[in-house]
Write a protein that binds this ligand. Structure first.
Ligand code: FES
Ligand SMILES: [Fe+2]
Length: 399
């Protein structure tokens, strides 16, 4: 993030702390319960946001070198994403041209050739059919007509986008907006190294997971014995960038940092930036690396979802861990602490509350969820979501 913007955000938080204020959306909004429970709404979301919208499938660090790959079926279409031998990011439908079987079953790895488990047809990472067994008996076919179907794929600022539809387009400038493009240019997400992934399966609508990252009003209650020790709750900055948003959470470390000259201020030391990338991504850069959270509905249901949490670290952090290990110190424990910390707060506190909220919604005893003046990220998210589905926006009500 550009230094000037870092200072503006840090000063904004300090101002809130000193004046005991918070950002103010100017009113409250209420989103109807069916946002989370309606099957019909779910179908609209699935078709619009997961079948026909560019998807972030991971970070550059998920494909750490030439001839690496990852697969996903999170948004329905089976995808095989690769970094080819020249280092270029490409994506294909992970669908064998012979009889449609999933060609590569592993989640990630290093491989130049992909052999289908059914009859052994083999494809290279340019998607070309390079061989099939028993040609004499099977018959002569034109291999050029039997490649894997290529999907639109773009790698930029360390993010990997794939469009689920072969004739879809990915315009990252349009997706992010001019200001976020400039901001992402100033980070160094390209160098993040993938270390670990976890999955939290929860009985709740996928958007409730996103909602929980959208405010810090709950910190002093839900997280009173955990995050609240590290963060000032109910103190944040928010900006939107087209359909995306950026929430800045206030670390208590800001109390010491503010005593230093501004030239020593650092956004990741004093805060936790939380980028929300439409429609289903939460991305949080830290001083050591970043957390990527991908939210997906499960089982074609508005009532079940999975969060995939990927942990990335900058190379110097991993080098430090390596050095510690060499000295006989358990450096990996430092990484493990992040995985455990994330799980104990997000999975064991936030998602428990969110699943409880879902249960309440499903019971029919709450007609709408209410987002306060101090929760503008959720105002923006829910109205953006509605606009993208062609629904009327939620009015701002005086409060
Ligand atoms: S379905 Fe893939 S080789 Fe037959
Ligand atoms: Fe939380």
């Amino acid at each position: 993030m550009h230094k000037k913007e870092q200072i503006r955000l840090l000063k904004g938080l300090i101002h809130h702390l000193d004046n005991k204020t918070n950002i103010d959306a100017g009113g409250i909004i209420r989103t109807p319960a069916d946002t989370y429970t309606s099957e019909e709404r779910f179908d609209m979301e699935w078709n619009t946001f997961f079948q026909d919208y560019p998807q972030i499938v991971g970070m550059s660090g998920d494909l750490p070198g030439p001839d690496t790959f990852l697969t996903t079926e999170d948004f329905g279409v089976p995808v095989l994403a690769v970094r080819d031998s020249n280092g270029k990011f490409k994506a294909y439908a992970n669908v064998c041209a012979h009889r449609g079987v999933t060609v590569e079953a592993n989640k990630r790895g290093e491989k130049k050739r992909f052999s289908c488990p059914f009859h052994g047809w083999t494809f290279n990472n340019d998607g070309e059919l390079v061989g099939y067994p028993k040609k004499d008996q099977f018959g002569e076919i034109d291999k050029a007509c039997y490649g894997l179907k290529e999907l639109p794929a773009t790698e930029k600022f360390g993010f990997l986008w794939v469009h689920p539809s072969r004739d879809g387009t990915i315009n990252f400038e349009e997706l992010l907006g001019e200001d976020l493009v400039k901001e992402f240019e100033s980070w160094n997400f390209e160098s993040l190294v993938f270390e670990h992934q976890e999955e939290y399966v929860t009985d709740m609508n996928w958007k409730l997971a996103i909602d929980t990252f959208g405010e810090t009003y709950h910190f002093s209650v839900l997280h009173k014995d955990s995050l609240h020790e590290v963060f000032h709750g109910n103190c944040q900055m928010f900006d939107n960038f087209n359909r995306n948003g950026r929430l800045i959470l206030c670390r208590r470390a800001i109390d010491e940092m503010r005593k230093l000259p501004e030239s020593d201020w650092n956004i990741c030391a004093g805060t936790l930036p939380v980028y929300y990338l439409f429609p289903n991504i939460i991305f949080m850069p830290t001083q050591e690396g970043a957390f990527l959270v991908q939210e997906y509905p499960l089982e074609n249901s508005p009532h079940k979802s999975v969060s995939k949490i990927s942990f990335y670290f900058y190379p110097h952090v991993l080098e430090h861990v390596k050095q510690l290990e060499k000295q006989g110190i358990n450096g990996k424990e430092l990484l493990q602490q992040q995985y455990n910390g994330f799980a104990s707060v997000i999975r064991d506190e936030d998602y428990v509350a969110a699943a409880s909220s879902h249960k309440g919604l499903k019971s029919g005893n709450i007609d709408y969820l209410t987002f306060g003046k101090n929760e503008p990220a959720l105002h923006h998210y829910h109205n953006t979501y509605r606009e993208a589905l062609g629904l009327q926006s939620l009015p701002l009500e005086k409060a």
